[in-house]
Ligand binder design. Sequence first.
Ligand code: HEC
Length: 264
Amino acid sequence: MDQTKQETRISTNSKGVDLSRREMLIGAGALMAGAAISQLGLVNSAMAAKVSSGAEGWPWPYEKVDPAQAGETAYHHWYKVFCSQAVTTGLFEQLRESVGEPWTNFPIESISFGAGGMLGWGLTCGAPVAGALVIGLAVPKEYSNAMIHDLLQWYSNTPMPVYVAQKPNYQGEIPKTVAESPLCHLSVGKWMKEADRGFGSDERRHRCASVTASVAYRTAELLNEWKDGTYKPGSAWNGPGTVGLPAQQNCMSCHGSDIPTAPR
Ligand code: HEC
């Protein structure tokens, strides 16, 4: 679809909905309800606790996970549920066994949307998205953000895939490529170009299953290091703080030498 058509479609879809006004009304309604409740003296600690109850007992208890087993499970689940749900399955499987609740109660299917960088949109690869979810559940905030940075850096800069399945569904060598990005589109696109294989090929499927396994393995390693007290955060990247908008670091790979600057 050309750009004009896409723009037309977007504006037709949103016709007649004045978002700014709708948001104002929702906001005002919520404020009024809040004021009424506090006037009645109904805002008490019990209610506050009810609202924030999702965070009770968080971060969740973590026991070390065998990275190779997490990788092998993730590899084989990729063929059924694709990258993001396969990573959660690989990591949750052992935690459900070793810790039990609350890991047993989380609906891991809920993250299946990560496949293909969110349902084929080519955004962030679903494997590190799912790895980040598990890190976020198990690790306190002061470490989890650093660990997610590390996972994205490693994903972007490593010749992938690194994990070799014990029982692979494709026998034979496939090339390794460096995505230089956590984006699904770039990661799988660069590999397909190098391998000269289509998206539906056995080689591409084996490649994405192996990348998924690699991410499950690496996430388990990072979590285990943290559990052992040996985890050392790498360097964090802050696009808005550094270049004035969220961005990958390697500007030139997309912009060439003509890198635009964001208004400050
Ligand atoms: C993965 C590819 C990619 C990377 C990496 C990337 N950009 Fe972009 N950026 C884009 C695309 C695509 C656009 C939209 C360009 C357009 O529509 O003309 C854009 C737009 C922008 C804009 C908005 C203004 C404009 O000219 O469109 C700025 C500012 C910008 N990028 C800065 C950066 C900086 C600084 C970096 C590195 C820190 C960076 N970008 C890295 C792909 C990228």
